[in-house]
Design a protein around this ligand. Structure first.
Ligand SMILES: [Mn+2]
Length: 369
């Protein structure tokens, strides 16, 4: 059977306040092109379809459009498990009757032990699981880490090893390489799941880590995210996985973005006099520049040449002093707040910090990540 595995679409995501919906549409069109050529039997989307639990209408429309295209127009079975960014209630809505066209969406712990069988393969769809929730759901006080939870679940799945079994999950595999945009699954708790608990499965297709090669394993694969979703994913390839279970091969097939994401460190004068060679001046840039102190409104000057500049930092020899400049007009209050937290704490805002923001500044978070 031929399986196309993708994950971490993060539809509705903004990068430094910039809406990526057009970029997402562009790359999903490319994915549709590949589906037309490659003709998979099944499509797997391993969680984080949406970037947040209350996606804007445009994000919902985009997802509806492409799911309809794959599942109804192209007649392909589509298997989806929820990620930590998805709202389970939202993703679950309609899932009962979507089964009629082989669109299977699993968002709850009740469904983890019941595989979806398509052709000769049993697919175990495991939604992202919170440790406390699993402890409560299974009434097992001994479940303390993500590893405990997944071990508990996989031990009870008891897949028939005479048949082909594929597990679809949204988790952080041990030794996986992390990026900035994955968001911690929980605070103060080890999130890593040891790969040895998946021995009963022929393949494990994962979402969550955005690097497609986050783990080097013969049976366990990440597809990686659809696009580069943070400046520390600059050097990561983006695309999808292509599995041929009969031939026993798994490939990574790259997708090309509408705008690349580029980080550049250098001199302001070199940049503004175009002495730096970039493939695409419309890329999403993050500049860290020296010789900025004498320049008035550097951002507007830079944007005359590089219109999609998203971030400008002052390069200084004094490492204690570092200033980030963002475009106040195009950046929401929440994004400014989030970039401040990232600057200080080197991590995205926690849920509690986001709640505090919303309590004091209200609806701003709706328009922003
Ligand atoms: Mn995730």
């Amino acid at each position: 059977m031929k399986i196309l595995h993708t994950a971490d679409w993060h539809i509705g995501k903004k990068l430094n306040g910039r809406d990526l919906l057009e970029d997402q549409k562009f790359v999903l069109e490319q994915l549709i092109g590949h589906i037309e050529t490659l003709k998979p039997d099944i499509i797997v989307i391993a969680g984080d379809i949406y970037d947040r639990s209350n996606p804007p209408r445009e994000a919902l429309n985009l997802v509806n459009h492409y799911l309809h295209k794959m599942n109804v127009e192209m007649g392909l079975p589509v298997l989806i498990n929820s990620g930590n960014h998805d709202s389970r209630a939202l993703l679950d809505y309609g899932s009962e009757w979507f089964k009629a066209t082989d669109l299977h969406i699993h968002t709850s712990l009740e469904e983890v032990f019941t595989p979806v069988t398509i052709g000769d393969i049993n697919f175990y769809l495991v939604p992202h699981i919170d440790v406390l929730e699993a402890r409560h759901h299974f009434d097992e006080s001994g479940l303390r880490t993500h590893h405990d939870v997944y071990e508990y679940i996989t031990e009870r799945m008891k897949p028939d090893t005479e048949e082909q079994n594929i597990l679809i999950g949204h988790l952080f595999i041990q030794d996986g390489a992390q990026s900035d945009s994955e968001r911690a699954l929980s605070i103060g708790m080890s999130e890593e799941v040891d790969s040895t608990i998946f021995n009963d499965f022929d393949y494990v297709l994962l979402g969550h880590l955005h690097h497609p090669f986050a783990i080097n394993h013969e049976k366990i694969f990440y597809s990686g995210s659809l696009l580069k979703y943070s400046f520390n994913e600059v050097h990561q390839p983006k695309g999808f996985r292509w599995l041929d279970t009969d031939a026993g091969t798994v490939k990574f097939i790259p997708l090309s973005p509408m705008h690349d994401i580029v980080e550049f460190e250098g001199d302001f004068d070199d940049l503004i006099n175009e002495r730096v060679d970039f493939d695409d001046k419309d890329a999403y840039f993050k500049f860290t520049l020296s010789n900025l102190s004498h320049v008035k409104e550097p951002m507007s000057k830079i944007k005359m040449i590089y219109p999609n500049t998203l971030e400008l930092k002052v390069k200084t020899d004094d490492h204690d002093f570092n200033m980030t400049t963002i475009d106040m007009k195009e950046t929401s209050d929440y994004d400014i707040y989030a970039s401040f937290i990232e600057e200080i704490a080197k991590r995205p805002p926690t849920e509690t910090e986001t709640e505090i923001f919303e309590e004091y500044f209200g609806g701003g978070h709706n328009e922003a990540h």
